[in-house]
Design a protein. Structure first.
Length: 142
């Protein structure tokens, strides 16, 4: 069965207000999402073994803060307020068995070719973004 490209709708599930309503997407974020989707869909084609499923895409600030609150982190200094998820520049792709993550590590040249970055140390998902991570925990260095 052919793999289905991700769409902007796949990226917007976490762009919610406090009541769970979808928020409008700023034009700058839409432009970032379009770049992200183009690169991630090319990566899915290259991997070819997995229909990508987004576990987190564009996040509203309210949703983002809630993720950390549910983890027991309430100190704003410990919450990544410059997360690329907040700007439509990052996506987490489900990877329950770790096979995609292992493949990504062995195929960093493909990510470099696509100008995609990934963070080391994720479990159950692969974090991909179109700009270098500020954390420094990157899978490759531009």
């Amino acid at each position: 069965m052919p793999l289905k490209p991700l769409t902007i709708e796949d990226i917007l599930d976490d762009n919610l207000d406090a009541k769970g309503n979808k928020l409008p997407v700023p034009d700058a974020h839409k432009a970032n999402i379009e770049k992200l989707l183009k690169k991630v869909n090319k990566l899915q084609e290259r991997y070819g073994k997995l229909q990508f499923k987004v576990t987190s895409g564009l996040r509203s600030l309210i949703y983002h803060m809630g993720i950390y609150r549910r983890k027991g982190i309430t100190d704003p200094k410990k919450i990544p307020m410059k997360s690329k998820h907040l700007f439509g520049q990052a996506v987490d792709v489900e990877d329950k068995d770790g096979k995609f993550y292992a493949w990504v590590q062995k195929n960093e040249a493909i990510l470099q070719e696509l100008s995609l970055h990934y963070e080391l140390g994720t479990r159950g998902w692969v974090h991909l973004q179109i700009v270098p991570p500020a954390s420094g925990k990157t899978g490759f260095w531009p």
